[in-house]
Design a protein around this ligand. Structure first.
Ligand SMILES: [Zn+2]
Length: 876
């Protein structure tokens, strides 16, 4: 019996704002494309709707240069013909911060609503893999439907429609774009479009006979092909199958009549569509800068602005909207992927750089305002210390002071602050200060710029206090500096603190002992340099690889001991193959130096790791292997919300070649900032600051520090057979021949990884307190604060070991309320516990609107997030 197959065709265009063309070029194209779409929707009654690629930025781009069309657009959005949002840009889900993805939905929905309506479908046509947490992100914004293309195969489900459930229980009805987003790929003559669609419905990729098929009528950056309306009208009379132009809602109303299977999974499989797992480490410079700016805004700047706002400083809503939008423009899948031409990658980098400059100045000036307001009328010179986290904390903080004296002390009330000098240099203040009263003044010629580590105690919860600076005449104080220890050729070099002991032998092998638990690891860290025959999309092992393990010379291992921080510094001088050909020939001629620094700080149960090098060779990948003797082949890593457990996928690895998958399901995975392996008694967590890829090996975890490749796309890769991806353009910038530095930490834990508070720890590690020496030297002159502030202040207190802070920010409705978003990365649901006192607390949705009352017994599901909307209660 032949089925009455029906094609549901959703009119759309997929809009990459930049790729092998710039945003400037795509905006010109957009102006012409939009005019045709608007005209078609207004004139052609056979056109039911048009999907603007699920991203509201297209309207922003269009109306910024054609503002006279605002009323036309609004009319079409209101009557449901022009479908916009819910995203702001078509974001990547793997390597951008979870908060960035939430803000992407926030601004996308908010901007779409300004025109009258949001398309309530989490439409993701092209992103390179879907996070397991996408259903939860969508549900936070009351979106209960999802449509995506990449990353799924029958190993996950045999259905093309299903209920996709996130680990916290959030569900979205989901349809897979079995045939991608390009049903109308070329500009074909009338009558030919449906031939391809018929063929696809007959042959189909997915198993199982079905009646209903979803097609996207459009392609990358293509105008609407207006003849299709008539073609479909005629075809319904003449052809064997039937056809309908429709919206996603129309398709869901037909296909979800029957009960659907429930699916829980991330979607990272390249069976039917390329997934580009190597993209997580393409262009480390872009990834690192983006991650640093996300951390600056989410972890530091927003809490700081919220505190200052609560004391009377105006919240800079406009600046922050600009910063977020500019950042999210670089979060589109190609943009942050780095799979662009070099000139476009430079624009992506420059755009993120611009956000950083804006955010850094906003941070500095807000700190200065708080410092001035809180010490007004006090005698003396101060350092303001601000703690963004909502619990009191001690912290080892690096800070800078510029003083006329070589010696000084910091007073914390009656106590002296422990200080360790990193660097002290003579500077001429006249060259760095914009204060005309000091210009040319001889007294400012020779001041000291001190870089120090200070051990700060009991910083107020989400608040600040000041330390007093006392300038001293020479020889009064003893600032602890680094004392380099004499090295004995035959001995281990060692540093240790209250928890850990790190040893390096004469060949540079690192061993670690947890002196509390007794657990010990030999030869823990290895830097491995291997070939990369891939392109900007995918890592691919060369057909003839030759790996080099970096080994140190005993003369190049140095230890410096300080009271607050001790460091072992290992320098490497190795010869590496210059390119893939040399690597195949095992010809190592190019000298490469690298430095690995391992530090222990007083009172810390983590090892801090810094790696520096100036990359000299092409077509390679450098990984740091953490040889933890981990059990089995499982890792626990963080994702946009909470943790995920992953294994080497034996099932997929055993069938990919035989089934002709688009790419090898190699165990390369994305992470946010922590990945852990488990041992018999505990394990080791690896924290990363701006590195978002790891690879799982048998007993070790390798962090991909960077990949260096020379093409946007290359054909016939070992890990990705067949055609090239993108374009065949050379991209010499992607070889990253430049100085590169990396920051990580290792945390040996006891017990299970999921019970080790990894998300809480990563947030804590990445949230450095802010300091400002409010001395003579200020780069810019700032107007005095228009508000008053107490000497010491705490906005709110909240501390729950299971709940990591995701965000603290003022609500965008300018009401003075605060959004406090938390996530539970534990395996069990947990009660909120004690709520911040002095606040009226409600549960909020992603749009920051209250949806219910929060109490101390409100449950937060495992791997779930909760947003609290808090308003200050009036104090008597
Ligand atoms: Zn795309």
């Amino acid at each position: 019996m032949s089925l009455n197959k029906k094609a549901y065709i959703v009119p759309h265009t997929h809009w990459d704002r930049e790729w092998y063309f710039s945003t400037e070029e795509s905006q010109v194209l957009l102006v012409f494309t939009m005019q045709q779409i608007l005209e078609q929707l207004e004139q052609d009654e056979g056109m039911p709707c048009f999907v603007l690629d699920g991203q509201s930025v297209m309207l922003e781009d269009y109306l910024s240069v054609v503002p006279e069309d605002t009323a036309r657009v609004t009319e079409l959005v209101k009557c449901g013909k022009l479908l916009v949002g819910p995203w702001y840009t078509q974001t990547d889900q793997c390597v951008v911060h979870g908060e960035s993805q939430l803000r992407n939905l926030f601004w996308g929905c908010r901007d779409a609503k300004r025109f009258g309506a949001v398309m309530k479908v989490g439409y993701v046509p092209d992103s390179f893999g879907q996070s397991e947490q996408l259903p939860q992100l969508l549900q936070h914004f009351d979106i209960d439907k999802c449509v995506f293309w990449r990353g799924i195969w029958e190993g996950i489900t045999e259905n093309t429609e299903f209920i996709w459930r996130a680990p916290n229980g959030s569900k979205v009805t989901t349809a897979v774009l079995e045939f991608g987003y390009s049903a109308f790929q070329g500009m074909k003559p009338i009558g030919c479009h449906l031939d391809g669609i018929d063929q696809k419905m007959t042959e189909r990729f997915w198993p199982g006979e079905r009646e209903n098929f979803l097609f996207m009528g459009g392609h990358d950056q293509k105008p609407w092909q207006s003849e299709t309306v008539a073609e479909i009208h005629n075809a319904n009379v003449e052809r064997q199958y039937s056809y309908q132009l429709c919206s996603f809602e129309d398709y869901f109303s037909v296909t979800t009549e029957k009960p659907l299977a429930i699916v829980e999974s991330e979607m990272l499989y390249g069976k039917y569509s390329r997934i580009h797992r190597g993209i997580y480490s393409t262009r480390y410079d872009i990834k690192k800068l983006n991650s640093n700016v996300e951390n600056l805004i989410v972890n530091q700047l927003e809490p700081l602005l919220t505190v200052a706002n609560s004391l009377g400083m105006k919240y800079p809503y406009g600046l922050m909207e600009k910063n977020w939008k500019q950042l999210m423009q670089s979060h589109a899948h190609d943009s942050i992927g780095g799979c662009n031409t070099d000139s476009v990658n430079r624009q992506v980098l420059a755009r993120i750089q611009a956000v950083r400059e804006n955010a850094e100045r906003l941070k500095d000036i807000t700190l200065k305002q708080l410092a001035d307001a809180s010490t007004k009328g006090l005698e003396g010179e101060f350092v303001l210390a601000f703690n963004p986290l909502p619990y009191q904390r001690d912290a080892m903080v690096e800070l800078e002071l510029v003083l006329p004296t070589r010696q000084f002390v910091l007073h914390d009330g009656d106590d002296l602050v422990d200080v360790h000098s990193i660097d002290c240099q003579l500077v001429d203040i006249n060259a760095i200060v914009q204060d005309p009263t000091t210009l040319g003044d001889e007294r400012f010629k020779s001041w000291y710029r001190h870089r120090i580590i200070a051990s700060l105690h009991a910083l107020p919860a989400c608040g600040y206090r000041s330390l007093m600076v006392e300038r001293l005449a020479d020889k009064e104080a003893d600032i602890d500096g680094n004392a380099e220890s004499a090295r004995d050729q035959n001995q281990l070099q060692m540093i240790q603190n209250e928890y850990l002991s790190v040893n390096v032998d004469t060949t540079g092998k690192v061993s670690l002992t947890n002196t509390v638990s007794g657990e010990h690891w030999e030869d823990l860290l290895t830097l491995v340099d291997g070939g990369d025959d891939g392109d900007n999309y995918d890592f691919s092992e060369p057909y003839k690889d030759y790996q080099v393990i970096l080994q140190a010379n005993p003369n190049n291992i140095k230890v410096s001991q300080g009271a607050l921080r001790s460091t072992i510094c290992i320098s490497y001088q190795v010869k590496l193959p210059n390119n893939l050909q040399d690597r195949a020939d095992k010809l190592c001629t190019t000298e490469q130096t690298a430095v690995l620094e391992l530090s222990l700080e007083k009172g810390s149960d983590q090892i801090e790791i810094h790696i520096h090098l100036d990359n000299q060779v092409d077509d390679h990948r450098l990984q740091l292997h953490v040889n933890g003797n981990f059990l089995g082949q499982e890792t626990i890593a963080d994702q946009p919300i909470g943790l995920i457990r992953r294994g080497n996928d034996e099932q997929a690895l055993s069938v990919w070649q035989e089934q002709e998958w688009t790419s090898c399901p190699v165990a390369i995975y994305p992470m946010q900032s922590v990945v852990a392996g488990e041992t018999e008694q505990g394990g080791i967590a690896i924290l990363t600051d701006g590195i978002r890829e790891y690879q799982q090996y048998h007993e070790s975890i390798a962090i991909t520090l960077f990949r260096a490749v020379g093409y946007v796309g290359k054909p016939e890769l070992k890990y990705r057979p067949g055609r090239l991806s993108g374009l065949p353009d050379a991209s010499p910038d992607s070889q990253l021949k430049q100085p590169l530095s990396f920051r990580l930490a290792l945390y040996p834990f006891k017990g299970k990884a999921v019970e080790a508070g990894l998300c809480y720890r990563a947030k804590h590690w990445l949230t450095t307190p802010l300091t400002l020496h409010n001395g003579v030297v200020q780069r810019f002159m700032i107007a005095p604060p228009l508000f008053e502030a107490p000497e010491c202040f705490s906005l709110m207190f909240f501390d729950h070991p299971e709940l990591a802070v995701s965000a603290i920010k003022a609500t965008e409705d300018e009401s003075g309320a605060v959004i406090f978003r938390l996530l539970n990365s534990g395996m069990q649901p947990t009660e909120l516990g004690d709520l911040p006192s002095g606040w009226q607390v409600e549960i909020a949705n992603g749009m920051e609107q209250p949806i219910g009352k929060a109490t101390s017994s409100t449950m937060v599901p495992s791997q779930g997030l909760i947003a609290l909307r808090m308003c200050k209660t009036l104090s008597k």
